[in-house]
Design a protein around this ligand. Sequence first.
Ligand code: ZN
Length: 473
Amino acid sequence: MYIRKKDKQLFEELDENLTLPGNWNKFIFDIKKTHNLIIKMSSNEFYCTNCKSIFIKSNLKVSDYCVCPKCKQELIIRNKTLKHCEFKDNLGVLQKYQDYYILRHFEIITYYCNGNFRTDVCEYGRQIFNDKFYKLHEIINDHIICNTGGTTIRHNGLLLGYDWHYFNSHWRGLGDILIYYPYNLKELFNGTQWQYSQLWILAQKERYFSIEFLLRTYRPSIELLIKLKLYKLALNPRTFDKEGNFEKRFGVDKSYLKYMQKHNIDINELDVLKYSKIKDIRILKFFSGYNLNDLKTYNIDLRKLKKFTNIERTNFYEYVDYLNMSRELRYDMKSKKILYPDNIEESHNRVQKLYKVNKDKKIDKKISRISKKLMVNIYQNKKYIIFPAKSIDSLIDESNQQSNCVQSYAEKYAERKCDIYFMRLLDNQDKSLVTVEVRDNKVVQQRTKNNEVTTKEQQQFLKLWEEKILNRA
Ligand SMILES: [Zn+2]
């Protein structure tokens, strides 16, 4: 793709002027620490490849994460038979050149092979922003290979001559969810609208977020949240843009702050905390992400729900469904037995059956009422008669005889969204002939068996009926 001369010049200038920031090696060193394993040597003996020590612990499984008791690094547990694996992270370094902000994208990869580690870092992309953080350019170099399946970074220490270019059409663009180099940010934002943002602290505490999003949509609540050490909540600052005291802002009173800090709770966990007011991180994590609004109606106690039911092995929304149906069936929604059934699926299915029957009964009543009103539209000549459907059963019967789907119109009919009539031969009124749908006093559908079209004679009859009866003044 053609690159304008002026832009090309800028890209070349960046190559000449951008260097790696001062604490780069420390930054990489800290990330490399996380590219380690805890190797399961025997049933309760573990080896940490980070601090190279052995520790004894029981009840640890392969693929779990575990904090090494010596170096305190949280690492994944692997079996000693593991031969190869790799660790990958995407890093971002934000720098300034003239009036531009440059976000440099790096990938760090560590290959593990038979007890040896090898790490490689390379820069593959740059995003160039103006001083308001609007994106001007996005460029990539030869380290990145784009194809329809996505992108891969080619790590090759020999590739020195960068050739910066725009992306091709297959490319989804550089993401901005990265681990950010934190140590230069305070200085970088000095004298700008972000100088009190505390984002340099956030970048040390949180991995993988979008700094672009936080800068572009900057609001003072970011600063407040980071100062309160509520780092995960700082990633959704808009929610906390409220006037007033702690409780107004967070939905729980200030006595919860320490607890919120301790677990660095995120916005979904806060929703559970607001609902339950329970300081139990397992409850918060378990119910995080679910819409609890429906549970509010029934005052569900999440601890009881987790203790007395099999909610851990079932679908959360099946439970909500169960509650809503139970209410419609006028069950006692204060009874423990109803609110916390020990087998949710079983109770759900049982209630659903009753619910369907009950609902059909209601619809049937409505249809019977409507059909009585529609009797005034009964019309006949020497050959045909037309009359309204009287019940769900009559709709089912019509559906079966005609092989059509009029039975599925029962609810619409009951709500008067459409009216359903049967047109039949005067001397054979039990046998289906034409199924007729009417809306706003107009015939909108007329079908014979298998949804075939009606004859001329049948159409004439319906036309007359529409004019003389449905549209009589
Ligand atoms: Zn260790």
